[in-house]
Ligand binder design. Structure first.
Ligand SMILES: [Zn+2]
Length: 288
């Protein structure tokens, strides 16, 4: 079972965070702690992981956002000018609990950094609900942190080969499964079929859900699927897919061994999907 299948570790106080004293009282808790996050998603960190500091002074609801309670310890984030390390850099370092907290922290901070003005009337917005919403004093509109769904798909053919491709902007040996953002009015399964058609020209049969993973770069939710290819001819879309190819398990193991192919980071759902396919457990065990 992946960590994203487990119970959430954070009590986000959905029923209490609109109460005026919830966050300001929690700030006074002797074990309350704060993590700095900058607008680019870089966090306060050192070699060992996230660098929390004790909550000190007065709570300022406009810049101290209460992520929630972690084992009854109040957890806050606050905007800073420059963080030490990006979340991507920290992926191999953080333990499972820290990873959940960091994903929530970076996602929430990124939304605040981009939500300073009301999208309806342009007025400067005010933080409410302990940092989980912003309200416009001009027109009364409330906005909440957004998540952009994206699909990611492991496509196999009748010979049990896996389709991997690479985007032009990636490191020269990086290959991965295909992915793309959901467009308005689409189901997730339709997104899978459209993206795969656009990117490599392959038609798909059954499309089955595998799992999901938050991916706050800056605010995605990756929703993973396994799909069977009905056609196998590959026509990579210029500018989007530089190369695409079908790999047998032996092909991929050889390419990984000689360094001609490298895979996405180990904590990513893409890597877990490819690893599950290599181990012939894709669809047997949830990924995420
Ligand atoms: Zn407004």
């Amino acid at each position: 079972m992946s960590q994203w299948q487990q119970d959430p570790i954070l009590d986000r106080g959905e029923g209490r965070r609109s109460e005026p004293g919830w966050a300001t009282d929690a700030w006074q808790h002797p074990r309350a702690q704060v993590l700095g996050v900058d607008a680019d998603g870089h966090v306060s960190a050192d070699e060992d992981g996230l660098r929390w500091v004790a909550a000190e002074g007065a709570c300022d609801p406009q810049r101290h956002f209460m992520l929630g309670l972690w084992a009854d310890r109040p957890i806050f984030i606050t905007p800073i000018a420059h963080g030490d390390r990006s979340l991507r850099e920290l992926l191999p370092v953080l333990d499972e609990d820290e990873l959940q907290l960091a994903f929530g922290a970076v996602g929430l901070a990124g939304w605040h950094a981009a939500a300073g003005f009301c999208p309806a009337c342009g007025t400067v917005t005010t933080v409410v609900h302990a940092g989980h919403a912003r309200r416009c004093p001009g027109c009364g509109r409330e906005d909440y942190p957004r998540t952009d769904p994206a699909v990611i798909v492991a496509i196999t053919d009748s010979e049990a080969r896996l389709l991997l491709g690479r985007q032009p902007s990636w490191p020269s040996t990086r290959y991965s499964v295909l992915a793309g953002f959901v467009e308005t009015g689409e189901s997730l399964e339709q997104t899978v079929r459209r993206e795969v058609g656009e990117e490599v020209g392959v038609r798909l049969g059954a499309v089955d859900y595998l799992g999901s993973q938050p991916w706050p770069f800056p605010r995605s939710l990756m929703v993973a699927f396994h799909a069977h290819a009905v056609t196998t001819q590959l026509t990579p879309a210029p500018g989007e897919i530089e190369t695409a190819a079908w790999f047998s398990r032996d092909d991929l193991r050889s390419a990984l061994a000689d360094g001609s192919v490298t895979l996405p980071p180990s904590r990513s759902i893409a890597r877990r999907m490819i690893q599950a396919w290599l181990e012939d457990t894709l669809g047997v065990e949830a990924v995420g």
